[in-house]
Design a protein around this ligand. Structure first.
Ligand code: SAM
Length: 264
């Protein structure tokens, strides 16, 4: 059961969403799903005391980048240098994802308070994401995997699925962490979509936010307030979407096509 880190655990900080993995089976399965091959470039978000990092360090990567906001853990990892290992001491939400060159594999037992915005950024901004393996709250995993028309489907689902294909990893109970979180967790695997990525992510993001702030309303009523009414109705008609449909019935591809028409 014990998954020793590479440095002593300190008292967990709630503000940083710290729940440390204690289950060697879980860390082993996360590392296995990441599937690190010789020469890979790898990022771990939030290594903390290093339960997962301990398994990543011996793998045959060419670069391992650790992103950690906690001062002591960031300093601790920086004090254990290895060729190719770098520590980014700061907020992963402020990391320049768009500057990453070449393919990257990214893993993390994500701090639950920022997991959704982090995945939003990783999926859309890393130019050549190869694969991501993340531990998140079970409800967030369900939203990532949700199909249009389901109760869990929302802006995060349509956004992530516009860039990545989410796959089920495995469920993880609170007893695998110290301190145990109040909620169940799950590991998800994200791989890039095979088709083209959205050409204007900013337009797609704006449309998703607009629509899902009012998910109970009909699309015609949402869009006619935000765009010239004729343009809104024409865009819906051209995409074969009934004006009375609600946002949660649209697929990620329909949102992308609608955004392209509305912002043209
Ligand atoms: N990987 C460790 C494990 O599994 O035991 C720790 C996981 S803990 C759930 C989340 C980690 O993310 C903590 O180490 C925390 O300090 C770090 N963290 C929290 N917010 C962060 C942020 N915005 N940017 C980078 N790291 C963050």
């Amino acid at each position: 059961m014990s998954a020793p880190g590479i440095m002593p655990e300190r008292r967990a900080k709630k503000s940083l969403g710290q729940h440390f993995l204690r289950d060697a089976g879980v860390t082993g399965r996360i590392a296995g799903l990441l599937d690190v091959r010789p020469g890979d470039q790898v990022i771990e978000i939030g290594p903390g005391p290093g339960a997962l990092t301990a398994l990543l360090r011996p793998l045959p990567w060419s670069r391992l980048l650790l992103l950690e906001k906690d001062d002591e853990y960031a300093r601790g990892h920086a004090s254990l240098p290895m060729p190719g290992l770098e520590v980014f001491h700061g907020d992963a939400l402020g990391f320049p994802w768009q500057d990453l060159e070449g393919p990257w594999k990214i893993a993390g037992n994500l701090p639950y308070n920022v997991a959704s915005p982090l995945m939003w950024d990783v999926c859309s901004r890393v130019p050549a994401l190869e694969r991501a393996v993340f531990m998140v709250q079970k409800e967030v995993a369900e939203r990532l995997l949700a199909a249009p028309g389901s109760r869990q489907y929302g802006a995060l689902s349509a956004w992530i699925q516009s860039f990545c294909v989410p796959g089920k990893g495995f469920p993880v109970p609170p007893s695998c962490f110290a301190p145990p979180p109040k909620v169940d967790s799950a590991v998800v695997v994200l791989t890039p979509v095979s088709g083209p990525r959205p050409a204007r992510p900013d337009h797609l993001a704006a449309l998703l936010k607009l629509c899902f702030q009012q998910r109970r309303k009909q699309l015609q009523s949402i869009l006619r307030r935000a765009f010239p009414p004729e343009k809104a109705l024409e865009a819906l008609e051209r995409e074969g979407i009934a004006p009375g449909q609600r946002p949660e019935t649209l697929s990620p591809l329909q949102f992308q096509a609608l955004a392209a028409r509305l912002f043209s």
